[in-house]
Design a protein around this ligand. Structure first.
Ligand code: APR
Length: 403
């Protein structure tokens, strides 16, 4: 289904074909369209699906500034709310970090990703942008061609193809862009060996902070989404199906792991959505393969431990929009290689902090007693330093909110 047509363009061609209508693909589409670059978005799912799919929700200050710079922040200013505190809970008690007063004094804006996607889509369509829903990219058979083709299955299930000068792979970790990478492409992959049960509870937040509980049963996390919806995470045994635990068991574990002597029980409510997340990192290097460019989850997968995924997607989309515009409008031949190098600098920095968080939040899985004692002692020492050292707190705040 095509949503509104721009000035007439030949059917199934665009200078830039963008795969995927997540935050990366839609920000890129908005910026390219505004810069006068002929582009079209191909999205596998329906419009209703992309606008309602619950994902991340913590926008970094740099992300908000990027969206403001391009006039795309009206929704998040109206309905998002600022957030600048996190709380660590252990069997020794709890402590809070007001990270909005530390480091660069930046804070998050809590705004559900599906609302951001809806805003970006609305702006793009209002400006006359082209997008085709229910159109699945199957492959980019020859990414090194100067006129690459994207093979697709259209909304009626028929095979079709698109012709482009550049293809922006913003179609996530299981998309066609990753499948089309030339043999020998380097993918740095790390399985952190830990899984989370991700939960959306129809219950008001129980803390006015992001909560990280480090408990002998495993990690538990609390993140406000809206006044009526809270995201929780529970460390969960790898390979266990998401529907194994009853709601009673889930709330019992959350209550147990998050309990402190001086704070009341959590607000319970129905679990509206649950999913298992295996904590993994994965970076494709480089992000340019001839005419195929990667951004967002297609470029790099990051564990949700520090809420960096959507923020990296926005940052990369802006860098890629500049690079494609410089290439297509100004003939700058080096711009796309520079995109890859610049984006990877940010990606590795975020991966580093995310790994630091993973090591802080979890006991080392499957370690013999001596090794796990060593790791536990390091975790306690790291937490003590975070509790007491202003320098460490500033470092944490800068990395926690930034990308
Ligand atoms: N063809 C067309 N569209 C596809 C295909 C395909 N073969 N495969 C996937 N898609 C679409 C998905 O339906 C989705 O709408 O690509 C889009 C990818 O969007 P996201 O997964 O949101 O990825 P991205 O834009 O990179 O944003 C990353 O999303 O998963 C969260 O935590 C992650 O917050 C991070 C952010």
């Amino acid at each position: 289904m095509t949503q509104r047509q721009n000035t007439p363009a030949p059917r199934n061609t665009a200078d830039v074909v963008i795969l995927g209508a997540g935050p990366a693909g839609l920000l890129l589409a908005n910026l390219l369209h505004r810069n006068g670059v002929d582009c079209a978005v191909l999205e596998r799912a329906t419009r209703a699906h992309v606008q309602t799919r619950a994902r991340a929700g913590f926008l970094a200050a740099t992300t908000v500034r990027t969206l403001e710079r391009h006039g795309l922040a009206d929704g998040l200013h109206r309905r998002g709310h600022r957030h600048g505190t996190c709380e660590f809970r252990t069997d020794d008690g709890r402590f809070r970090l007001d990270y909005a007063t530390l480091g660069r004094r930046d804070q998050h804006t809590v705004y559900p990703q599906q609302d951001l996607v809806t805003d970006l889509l609305t702006h793009y369509l209002d400006a006359g942008g082209r997008i085709h829903f229910e159109t699945e990219a199957l492959a980019v058979p020859d990414p090194h061609s100067t006129r690459p083709t994207v093979t697709v299955r259209d909304a009626d299930g028929r095979p079709d193809h698109w012709q482009a000068r550049y293809v922006a792979g913003c179609d996530g970790r299981h998309g066609a862009a990753r499948r089309s990478l030339p043999p020998g492409t380097v993918r740095h992959h790390r399985d952190h060996g830990v899984s989370w049960l991700g939960l959306l509870a129809q219950a008001p937040p129980s803390l006015d902070a992001v909560g990280y509980a480090l408990h002998p049963h495993g990690f538990a996390g609390h993140m406000a989404r809206t006044p009526h919806v809270t995201r929780y995470y529970l460390q969960y045994e790898r390979g266990t199906p998401a529907d194994t635990w009853t709601e009673d068991r889930i709330w019992h574990e959350l209550d147990t792991r998050m309990r402190t002597d001086d704070h009341g029980p959590l607000h319970h409510g129905p679990i509206a959505h649950r999913t298992v997340v295996d904590l993994e990192s994965d970076v494709v290097q480089p992000l340019r393969h001839g005419s195929l460019l990667l951004a967002g989850d297609a470029a790099s997968l990051i564990s949700p431990s520090a809420a960096k995924g959507a923020n990296l997607a926005v940052l990369e989309a802006e860098l890629l929009a500049h690079a494609l515009t410089d290439t297509l409008a100004h003939g700058d031949r080096g711009a796309l290689d520079r995109y890859s190098a610049q984006a990877l600098t940010h990606i590795w920095r975020a991966q580093d902090f995310s790994l630091w968080m993973i090591r802080l939040l979890h006991a080392e899985p499957g370690q013999p007693h001596g090794e796990s004692f060593f790791h536990e002692s390091l975790r306690r020492s790291r937490l003590a330093s975070l509790r007491t050292s202003r320098t460490h707190q500033d470092w944490f705040a800068e990395n926690y909110v930034g990308v």
